[in-house]
Design a protein around this ligand. Structure first.
Ligand code: NI
Length: 193
């Protein structure tokens, strides 16, 4: 049946299916790496590469371990965030936020002690809106609007900041921020020797 054969050969995928690819832990860039100040680009289409990036980011985030990661932290200036705020140990709630956008913020503020995988072992209290409404696209390309409060609100704001080249230390006093920057610059110099 030559006709059928030619038809099926036409359907042969040009490359191996994505399921054959295994996840990988990527290097997390940290201060004073200037790429952390880049403005990330929106995702236009959910491609196999975008899915692979999200998979790698989860593996990298869980390994760190951390609760949120922006793509720029693995040196990809793309508007993609992974997060897992599961409260119970042993449980996971992996979430991907693509092209996230804050729609509104509460006047009420909340203070959390924040940390960042790109500013290792440094924690400081940061005040942010207690509640936000935001829009995002999921990994299947569906657009959602969602309300966030508590740790979720802080985390989504912290991660969206990364997409705009903003770090949580930017909210601290000039003195504190300069001390942190100095510390990381010095550590990088020592490591390079
Ligand atoms: Ni961070």
């Amino acid at each position: 049946m030559p006709q059928k054969l030619s038809k099926s050969s036409h359907l042969t995928p040009a490359r191996a299916p994505i399921t054959s690819r295994s996840m990988a832990i990527r290097e997390i860039i940290s201060l004073p790496d200037k790429r952390l100040r880049l403005i990330s680009k929106p995702v236009e289409k959910i491609t196999a590469e975008i899915r692979a990036l999200a998979d790698d980011m989860f593996e990298t985030m869980y390994d760190a371990p951390g609760i949120g990661l922006a793509a720029i932290q693995v040196a990809e200036p793309i508007r993609l965030i992974t997060m897992d705020l599961a409260k119970k140990e042993g449980e996971t709630e992996p979430r991907v936020f693509i092209n996230p956008e804050i729609l509104s913020s509460s006047e009420e503020l909340n203070t959390y002690e924040e940390g960042c995988l790109s500013i290792p072992e440094y924690y400081e209290e940061v005040e942010r809106p207690a509640k936000v409404r935001f829009r995002f696209m999921d990994i299947d390309g569906k657009v959602h609007e969602e309300d966030a409060e508590g740790l979720f609100a802080t985390c989504i704001q912290h991660e969206i900041d990364h997409l705009n080249g903003v770090l949580f230390v930017d909210y601290l006093s000039k003195l504190k921020r300069e001390m942190v920057m100095k510390k990381f610059k010095k550590a990088a110099k020592l490591a390079a020797k």
